[in-house]
Ligand binder design. Structure first.
Ligand SMILES: [Fe+2]
Ligand SMILES: [Fe+2]
Length: 214
């Protein structure tokens, strides 16, 4: 039975997504974790585990931002024809969020206390880009996904050699993010000029530096 969604339905759905994103361990993945049950870590020192925890906290916050960005975009952008595709990407971000959360728990770590702040900022940016127009909004998604892809590749290189379980999660995420960027560009996203991308990478540096520890 299909009925047209009212404004109230949309608001309730949005609020539900906010809670699922920000409440600890509330995200549920729709795909199984990319970490095969028989994959075990090698011995890691205390410092190595702490480093893995810091990197996975950054990735977890990155996924909180991705949720907020897609949600902000969905709130204001028109996205004719491509809305379903963008919702599919947003669903995959929930998988990422849940996988990072699981891995953080395994490492004995906690999600960043700054997540609500980054959620609000990313939602705002996504919504503003959506108001400006779909080309900008989709371009913003593409540029963000490319930025996330760069981080993931850096993290894959700097993870402790024995951390096979985090590595398995990040590998699958890198594949998905590259696909999200490609979808957003194919859907008509503008390619952002280098100075805008540079500004975005400065902002992401602020995020990674702060979230690594808290
Ligand atoms: Fe993601
Ligand atoms: Fe993504």
């Amino acid at each position: 039975m299909n009925r047209k969604l009212t404004r109230a339905d949309t608001m309730i759905h949005q609020f539900d997504t906010v809670l699922r994103t920000l409440l600890p361990h509330a995200a549920r993945s729709s795909r199984p974790s990319p970490v095969a049950p028989d994959v075990q870590d090698d011995e890691m020192t205390v410092e190595e585990r702490r480093h893995s925890e810091g990197l996975m906290r950054i990735n977890h916050t990155g996924e909180v931002c991705a949720q907020a960005l897609y949600q902000g975009q969905g709130f204001t952008a028109k996205l004719p024809r491509v809305r379903e595709q963008m919702e599919q990407s947003a669903q995959e971000e929930i998988d990422h969020l849940a996988w990072c959360d699981e891995r953080l728990q395994e490492l004995g770590g906690h999600a960043s206390v700054l997540n609500p702040l980054f959620y609000a900022a990313s939602f705002g940016l996504g919504a503003v880009a959506g108001v400006v127009g779909d080309r900008v909004s989709l371009g913003f998604v593409a540029a963000t996904e490319e930025q996330v892809g760069k981080h993931l590749n850096e993290h894959l290189e700097t993870l402790p050699p024995g951390d096979h379980r985090s590595r398995a999660v990040l590998r699958q995420m890198a594949i998905d993010e590259a696909h999200h960027a490609q979808l957003a560009l194919e859907a008509g996203g503008a390619r952002f000029p280098a100075p805008v991308k540079f500004g975005m990478s400065l902002m992401s540096k602020v995020m990674t530096k702060s979230v690594y520890r808290i």
